[in-house]
Design a protein around this ligand. Sequence first.
Ligand code: SAM
Length: 467
Amino acid sequence: MFTELPEEFKNRMRLQLGAGYSAFAQSFEQPPVRAFSLNTAAISVEHFEECAAVRSELRYERIPGMSHSYYYDPELHIGRCSCHHAGMIYSQDPAAMLVVEGLSLPKNARVLDLCAAPGGKSVQLAQKLADTGGMLISNEPDKSRNSILCSNIERMGFKNVAVTCMYPDELAKIYPAYFDAILVDAPCSGEGMFRKYPESVEQWSIANINNCAIRQKDILSSAVSMLKPGGKLVYSTCTYAPEEDEEIADHICDILGLESADAPEIVTGYAVAVPLNSGTAYRFYPHISKGEGQFMAYFRKPGELSENVFSDNLRSAGNKKKADRECIRLMEETFNGLPDIDTERIFKYGDVLYFIDRRIERLPEKNVTKAGVCIGSMEKKRFIPHHDFFSAFGGSIKNRLELSPESSELSAYLHGEELRLSQVQNGIYSGYDKGFGAVTVLGVPVGGFKLAGGRIKNHYPKGLRNL
Ligand code: SAM
């Protein structure tokens, strides 16, 4: 076995699994399974699967029953692949994907992911919402984890997401009965991650399980207050501890007043049913399906769900004011014309400009770490685009350099090198002979550059480059 599991944990699992325990114990001898989901807001399944260079780079295999998720070779450093840099894919445990995979959301939904970092489930939710015209508030109270969340959301190029860094009780003051759906993927004792992160075994104790359960109840009472009547709540953990799983699910119905709801079909196909006082929850075990441990339960707040109507007449968003004409003019000049962006939704805060989608109509005054898309900043009467801008709008600006996924030029760009336009052989340049532009791969933006005198100056952020 990879590491010694605590005796008390083993005894609890023997009790939970009965005859299944030995298969469960053996699963710790196997390496964790690796998987990714496709960002369908950036690229279609057909276009992605058609590309032979991507197929050979990722060596992927479709996960049965999932529309756009794949297992991949665990030897692969997926973070270095061009599709990863372009935000086409998000690496995630296959059991964790299940939680929101089959979740249906109403049109124009407002959704909250309350415990969101590093962001796998937010990415899935934002994609669903891109299809159905909704918005996501992705929240994470831990500052360093919040910055990882922001960078993942940025990489995917979403326009319909804002990120906040708040504790649930603070957030609840701003959004009473506001959301159509809330995901609470709660901080937990993490037993389901022992195989993937053996070092986490050392934190295990019954006292920690009990503390986690207290915190989960706290988080959930704020979550329920932010849910609209008729809204959906999804509760999940990556632990097997009943105190944090079925007992909390019972608390949600018996004390917080929600009704148990049916799980999506894909969940019932992969996970084991766990009976609740009323209704059923589901648990995913590594000896039964490919993936780590995960618990999930679905609820509904009693009442009729009202439809959201988004207003076009917003003057401000949080503490940000609408950008003036001069900013828009400078932006137009920078890009040789405006990208496909609603300028009415460009807001200014200090010298920084943000695109805030009309669906993001309410933001806290403080602790917003990503207010929609940060498009750039004004520096000495010049507009300097931000990387976030290229991820979200790079596909619709005039200057574009499309590079093929396996090309040496793309690899050089991802290393932070400068390119020479005249020497690019595995790519197509379109646009003017100067100004800011975006590198794209399969039509999906990766990052920015500035073209001057035939030199393509690299604007891919240093922290994101392949070393
Ligand atoms: N949903 C994430 C994903 O799919 O990538 C994983 C979430 S992880 C299981 C739980 C998160 O809750 C952690 O990032 C943790 O920092 C955060 N957290 C800790 N305390 C919290 C609290 N009181 N309220 C909300 N989130 C909290």
